[in-house]
Each structure stands twice: as C-alpha cells, then as structure tokens.
Design a protein around this ligand. Structure first.
Ligand code: GCU
Length: 432
C-alpha cells in the first residue's frame, strides 16, 4: 500500500510539514525489496575495534562513546539544569475529574525571574493512592488543555500552529480546543491503573518552526554574541528532550510522585524526543516510543519511508547542524538508531508501531529493538524475547518491548494498554 507523506502530514495536523517528500524532491520507498543492502555498526565494538564483552566496558567506555556521537552528530549537545530554575505550583485541585484525581499545575521558571520561557506542567495523580505514584510523562502537540475536556486546565498561552478543527485561531488556543486530543490521552484509564500522568506543551520549550533558534529556550544559553546554536549544539528535539528532564527535576521535589518510577513517552516527533530524553537522562525508568520513525526508532540505513534527506530539508531545526551532512549518506553515520535504544539499556524500553504508518517504517522500528538486544543481554536483562517481528496486535516484551497494531499513525487505547502492562511488569506492579 502506498501512503503519501501528504496524507500523513494532514493527519498529524501540522500544515507546515505538508508534502514533505515532495518538498525534498525525493523518491519515497515503500517497497521492502528495494531496501538497500546495509551493514549496521556493532554497538558492542569500540571505535578502536575492540569487542565489548563485559558490562563495565559498556558502561565506562562504549556507552559514553556512543552518547558522544549522538550528541555531536545528531541531536546536539544540551546544557544542563539551569542554576536559576524555580518551580511554582500554580494550582492544586484535589477533587479533579469528579474526585478521581488531584490536578496540579506547575510552572517551571527557567530563568528564575519574570523573563524567558516558562514551561507549564500539568500533573494528574490518582486519589486512590497510598504512597508516591509511578507516573507517565510526555509532551503534547496542542497545549495541556487539548488532552482532556477538564475545564480546570489552564488554556495554553504559547504560540500554537493554527488549526480550525482544533480550535486554535491566530496561533492561540481557544475554549474550543479543550479535549481535542483526548483520544490520545486516556487519563481516566491511566489513573485507574494507579499511575499519574504529566504533560507539557512542546512549544512551551521551543515552538516547532524554523526561526533560526530565536524563540524558545535556545537563546537563554547563548554565550555573549552567539546568535544560533553551534553545529554540535542542540536542535529542537534536543531542547524538547531537555524540557522533559526539567519536568523530571520537578518530580524529584514532589512527594506524591515516585521519581524512581517515571516512564517517559512520546508520539511521532515527540517519540524521537522521548528516546533522546531517555538516552540523555538516566533518571527515566522506562522509555516509550510511539510511531517515532525516522530520527527516532527507525533504522536510518533502510531508507524506507521518510529518509534523512527528507527530514533534514522539511524540518531543518529538529537536529543539530552537523546532522545535515548525513542527508543521503546514511552509511557514513558511525551509528544507527538501534544504538539509541541501546543507550537506554538496561532500563526497559518499548517501541510501538502502526501497520499503516509506513512513513515511519514499522519494520525499521522493530529492527532497532532487535539489534539493541545484545546490549540488554550483556547487561544481564531479559532483552527482547523473540527473534522475528511479531504479528499485528500481539505485543512482545521482556526488558525491550515491541508491538505493531492495526491502523494509522496515532496513539490509541491499545497502545496505552500495552504501555501500562509494560510499566506494571517493570515498576513491580506498583501502579497496578
Ligand atoms: C512528519 C515527520 C515525521 C514526524 C511526524 C510527526 O510526518 O515527517 O518525522 O514523526 O511528522 O511528528 O507527526
């Protein structure tokens, strides 16, 4: 089946990405028999050619080597936690969602003062809790109010992509935008399983358009006279991932949250973001990628669906400047995306695909899991307990998990059910 990038981009609702493939003037391959021959770099061989045979060498030598390559060449280097950062709990409602939940709204003030971007974190905690809860955290595309019709959620005040259907006018959220993305965030189901849920609008961190990094968090960290990130410094995905770490900083201060049981997740470009956040920040206990595709879980060397050339042309701000040299030169990369998954080891990681989401290359997403498995096994975990790609709607998981469900590029309750089961397994049923 052929699915054009045009259709998928309309589905994702971001008009700026229309006709990605066409814009890049590139041929898009959806034919498995036309996937080129390729050789994957071995995650368990050091740059000097030596084989990694023990956990200590992985931990002390190979992992830092791989992390450094991803930083320098793909997502860019991010700054650490800002010294001036402060948290302001704007509201707490212990009777939210008809008494089911406590809703908190927390502002993360990056500069410690009035000026500069602020990140608005929405947190739901199940009231049926006896101890600090495990929690899922993920960024959203249309503002916190889009995830649930709950009238107590503050309307997003940041720039949003216009969307008539979603109630965004003149780049601002209106009352009509409440709950427009509720189908992707089954809040009651998550709370019912004993988990908290936290989310933030990704545009609070960096609005998703290419403005030469003038808005968003990047300028906060420019040195004197710097006007855009250096070629090895963070792009937008790096910034979004960094924002998730700032949410993690907050969880460490909230006694209602078990900060050792935080699952970071994301869909599509925000799935790429979740993977990078989990690789960079080892405080995340579980990492979940939903339909993350090119630049996420999908192997770049397969050049199936979206390619590096297409993504770098259409979204030049997503990766760091150095990554652009690999457009059309996938085989020259010293890594592939299975090594991004390997960076998460030994922590549990789950990759989800959708059958009709060929743009994101479901098979390439599966292969990253499979080829990360030797690292997980070296570290003494169960790894991925299967050889072949599972059948549709048949999740398979050990410490690594994977499923391909029927349907299109989206987040469905089926996906969430699998994520909850996976979290129950690894957070010791703390949520269940
Ligand atoms: C586009 C883009 C993908 C991305 C997706 C999304 O389709 O090409 O790389 O994952 O948007 O974030 O919705």
């Amino acid at each position: 089946m052929m699915i054009g990038p045009l259709a998928l981009c309309i589905a994702c609702g971001v008009m700026g990405l229309l006709a990605l493939g066409a814009a890049a003037g590139a041929e898009v391959n959806y034919d498995e028999s036309k996937v080129p021959q390729y050789t994957l770099p071995d995650p368990l061989v050091l740059a000097n050619g030596q084989r990694v045979t023990d956990a200590q060498t992985w931990r002390e030598k190979r992992r830092p080597e791989i992390l450094e390559m991803f930083r320098r060449l793909m997502y860019g280097r991010s700054p650490g936690r800002p010294e001036t950062m402060a948290f302001s709990v704007r509201s707490v409602d212990e009777g939210a969602l008809g008494g089911l939940a406590t809703r908190k709204e927390v502002t993360i003030i990056l500069s410690g003062g009035e000026e500069g971007p602020r990140l608005n974190l929405l947190v739901y905690l199940p009231n049926a809790r006896e101890r600090p809860v495990p929690l899922f955290v993920g960024l959203n595309f249309y503002g916190n109010q889009s995830i649930h019709p709950d009238p107590g959620i503050s309307l997003c005040e940041s720039w949003l992509p216009n969307n008539e259907e979603f109630g965004v006018e003149d780049h601002r959220a209106t009352e009509r935008s409440r709950g427009v993305r509720a189908s992707r965030w089954p809040v009651e189901m998550i709370l019912g399983h004993g988990y908290g849920l936290a989310t933030m609008y990704y545009g609070d961190i960096d609005p998703d358009f290419d403005d030469g990094f003038k808005n968003g968090v990047h300028p906060l960290f420019y040195r004197e006279g710097q006007t855009r990130p250096d070629p090895d410094q963070w792009g937008a995905i790096g910034a979004w991932a960094w924002g998730l770490s700032r949410a993690m900083d907050y969880f460490e201060t909230d006694s209602d949250v078990d900060e050792r049981a935080i699952a970071v997740l994301g869909h599509s470009r925000l799935g790429k973001t979740a993977l990078w956040a989990g690789a960079e920040d080892e405080r995340f206990g579980i990492v979940i990628s939903n339909d993350s595709g090119c630049g996420g879980a999908a192997l770049s060397r397969r050049r199936f669906g979206e390619t590096l050339e297409i993504i770098n042309k259409a979204c030049p701000h997503w990766f760091c400047g150095n990554f652009h040299q690999f457009s059309g030169r996938e085989d020259d990369l010293p890594f592939d995306q299975h090594m991004l998954v390997a960076l998460i080891a030994p922590r549990p990681c789950y990759v989800a695909s959708a059958e009709e989401d060929l743009w994101a290359d479901p098979r390439g997403e599966f292969l990253s899991v499979k080829h990360a498995d030797p690292v997980y096994r070296l570290l003494g975990t169960e790894g991925f307990p299967a050889e072949d790609m599972p059948l549709v709607n048949r999740p398979v998981y050990g410490t690594l998990g994977y499923h391909i469900r029927t349907g299109e590029h989206d987040v469905k309750n089926f996906d969430w059910q699998c994520f909850l089961d996976f979290a129950d397994k690894h957070f010791g049923g703390r949520g269940g």
